[in-house]
Design a binder for this molecule. Structure first.
Ligand code: NIG
Ligand code: FE
Length: 402
């Protein structure tokens, strides 16, 4: 929708505002919290929601406005938010995939030169234009699934020049996709580059890379992959403390391959989110429940890695705000359909429709620090909505891989 324009939608088969989800801060949501309005109408002006309610109650002042009539066939929901995505990289890892199908583990493949290192080498070789072309096609596909806000992580450069090359693609994507909101996360701490010592790279991260990224405003947040064989909690604390001093928000890849108590650290450091959590401990669950940190679950990744899923029910019942995202990346989840991730979450994580809506709207916005304006369709919120090709919201994840 263009700025300054008024847009009126009428006769949505149903309109889900998500109002109750916001009221509960995305915790322990129930079916009635989705704010379902049968035969709904929505008025947006200047990029904000101005009025929402049943079509029969549309105020008379909109009588002459041009309207889009959904004829009772299509549902309207808040625009989806993909809050964990590694959109920008070159090359493919289909050989790694074949090795994994043959029984090799993710860590074994990384140890023999595949894994993140393989994508780093391809991404370093690619031109900035090439990275933009690849990311553009991916973003278009993501948006076709109703996604209106996307977090984009760097992390396949692992050098100052290459990380900057990746991050610089994001402002160009913003120009190309003005109807989308794109946030940038610096993930220089995704792995260690092969050509340098661990200590050298860590020093470079905190003393050169982070200050430059912050000064040039190339990122909103900083993330660290804390795991066995990757970064330790101590290293993450050092990197993210510096990031916070420089004005960046902080995030964690936490407790994915092994339990490192990184979710607990994320909660204690006030991170926006702790992501993955396949191996989270009960202690980690309690720490998240007491915090403002969102648990971002990535069930497409657990599926693709043939790993056991994150304990979604335990997290939700403990009162944690749970989001889900695609984690689109070349190694552990090569898919761009957030609705299909919802299907996996419904089947294997036992999440209900209301929980899935919360997980892809309000809670996902909160994982990016955007919950004040996104994730809910009520007066004053951003006019980010998705018109589904279905009459009921629940059909969005009932159809699979569509
Ligand atoms: O989120 N866990 C770390 N990073 C990615 C995988 C990166 C890769 O294998 O290329 C993830 O799963
Ligand atoms: Fe990831």
């Amino acid at each position: 929708m263009g700025i300054g324009a008024i847009q009126v939608l009428i006769h949505a088969s149903e309109l889900l505002t998500g109002e109750g989800i916001r009221r509960k801060d995305g915790r322990r949501v129930k079916p009635q919290d989705v704010g379902r309005i049968p035969d709904g109408a929505l008025v947006c002006r200047d990029g904000k929601v101005e009025w929402v309610g049943p079509t029969s109650k549309l105020p008379a002042k909109y009588a002459r406005a041009k309207k889009t009539d959904l004829k009772g066939l299509q549902a309207v929901i808040p625009g989806l938010v993909d809050c964990h995505n590694h959109l920008i990289f070159a090359g493919d890892r289909s050989e790694d995939f074949a090795a994994r199908c043959g029984g090799a583990t993710y860590q074994e493949i990384a140890a023999r030169g595949g894994g993140i290192a393989r994508t780093v080498s391809e991404t370093r070789k690619a031109t900035s234009k090439e990275l933009e072309r690849l990311a553009t096609a991916r973003l278009r596909e993501l948006a076709s699934h109703g996604v209106r806000t996307v977090e984009i992580k760097s992390g396949y450069g692992l050098s100052l020049e290459a990380e900057i090359k990746i991050l610089e693609v994001i402002p160009r994507l913003r120009k190309k996709f003005p109807h989308l909101t794109l946030t940038a996360t610096f993930l220089g701490a995704h792995d260690f580059p092969k050509e340098r010592t661990r200590a050298e790279y860590l020093d470079d991260l905190v003393s050169r890379m982070l200050p430059l990224v912050a000064k040039r405003k190339l990122a909103d947040a900083c993330d660290v992959f804390v795991d066995e064989g990757y970064y330790t909690c101590e290293e993450a604390r050092r990197i993210l403390t510096r990031a916070r001093e420089l004005g960046l928000k902080i995030k964690f890849h936490a407790d994915e391959l092994a339990n490192t108590e990184s979710a607990t650290l994320a909660a204690h450091m006030g991170a926006l989110s702790a992501d993955h959590l396949l191996k989270i401990s009960d202690h980690g669950v309690q720490a998240l429940a007491k915090s403002q940190t969102v648990a971002v679950l990535l069930p497409g990744t657990a599926f693709y890695l043939k790993a056991s899923h994150a304990p979604a029910r335990k997290l939700i019942e403990a009162g944690v705000a749970v989001a889900i995202a695609t984690d689109f990346n070349p190694g552990t989840c090569v898919m761009l359909s957030l609705p299909s991730v919802m299907t996996i979450a419904a089947l294997y994580l036992g999440m209900t429709g209301a929980e899935l809506l919360a997980a892809t709207t309000y809670n996902a916005a909160k994982a990016l620090g955007l919950e004040k304006c996104k994730g809910t369709l009520t007066k004053g919120m951003d006019a980010d909505f998705a018109v589904l090709p279905y009459a009921r919201f629940e059909e969005l994840y009932y159809h699979f891989a569509r």
